[in-house]
Design a protein around this ligand. Structure first.
Ligand code: ADP
Ligand code: MG
Length: 288
């Protein structure tokens, strides 16, 4: 295990000033992405305010992950603009966008299963802030290393994983692995956290636990953008939803209105994607 006393003695990392609740954090204006003849993201516009959870939902292939990639600098836009904290960020490298306070997860868990939760969370910060793990490890002196581990331990406590801090990440159930990834993203002291399908593959109780963590982060002032497939998950958690379908905005508003929106209902009933209507509870005998 790690040495809590050594970490507690390390200097704390500096924190960036947080925006005020309700401040505009992210403004996406007519974001567009074409892959050859396919318009994967067709002039999508929305904004995210500080202390808000926004959901980007829609069936598979709707363009949700691509939209995420455009915002976080992973893929270049074919058109439109993205502003973060008032500044244009479209065209900036992903690393620079991350440095400014936008943290993201990917659609599939990316943990090193044999390393501890603490090491995984601390490594995330290395990976985001440098060219690579090895060069970062060689460059950091012992104090800087301890500061980083201290920050990692703080974020692990924050998301409620203190009891498994020294366990191999791969030994945790999937729901807790997802929360490890969130702790890793929090190590960058983000203003906004972007999560791609965080509830995918989770059991009902795990989804509840994840929702509780995200709700807590919102109360602490974090701005969150969730890409989700799981309608039940976003209905109970988000302040604001944008429904995408075939790259195009279908509906936008508060969850209660989205649930009653005729275009959205039609998309459901039309069986655009039958997994939209699958209930949260896994039927008896089918639990994996
Ligand atoms: P979602 O996340 O909503 O399921 P995606 O953003 O992954 O949807 O994909 C949107 C559309 O763009 C899909 O038709 C997909 O096949 C296509 N697409 C995504 N990435 C690429 C790529 N790199 N090259 C070509 N087509 C892509
Ligand atoms: Mg996707």
């Amino acid at each position: 295990g790690h040495d809590p006393a050594r970490l507690a003695a390390a200097p704390e990392l500096p924190r960036r000033p947080a925006p005020k609740a309700g401040d505009l954090v992210l403004e996406v204006d007519r974001a567009r992405k074409e892959f050859g003849g396919l318009v994967a993201v067709n002039d999508i516009s929305f904004s995210l305010r500080a202390g808000e959870i926004m959901g980007l939902i829609g069936p598979n292939g709707a363009g949700k992950s691509t939209t995420f990639n455009l915002i976080s600098g992973v893929a270049p836009l074919s058109g439109g603009t993205v502003r973060f904290m008032g500044d244009r960020i479209d065209g900036l490298p992903a690393r620079e966008i991350a440095r400014r306070g936008m943290a993201r997860s990917f659609q599939h868990v990316q943990l090193l299963p044999d390393m501890s939760v603490l090491e995984n969370v601390a490594l995330g910060a290395h990976l985001r802030s440098s060219a690579g793990v090895v060069s970062a490890a060689l460059r950091l002196d012992r104090t800087a290393e301890a500061s980083l581990l201290r920050e990692a331990a703080r974020q692990i406590e924050r998301v409620g994983l203190g009891d498994v801090i020294d366990q191999p990440a791969g030994s945790l159930p999937l729901g807790r692995q997802r929360i490890v990834e969130i702790a890793r993203a929090l190590c960058c002291d983000p203003i906004a956290l972007l999560l791609d399908e965080p509830a995918a593959g989770l059991r009902y109780q795990e989804k509840q636990a994840l929702a509780a963590v995200l709700d807590q982060l919102r109360r602490e002032g974090m701005s969150l953008l969730l890409v989700e497939h799981d309608m039940d998950f976003v209905m109970n958690l988000t302040d604001h939803l944008l429904v995408m379908d075939f790259g195009t905005p279908l509906a936008e508003g508060v969850p209660a209105d989205i649930q009653r929106n005729p275009a959205v209902l039609e998309a459901y009933l039309g069986g655009l994607d039958e997994t939209w209507s699958v209930p949260d509870a896994v039927p008896q005998g089918e639990a994996s």
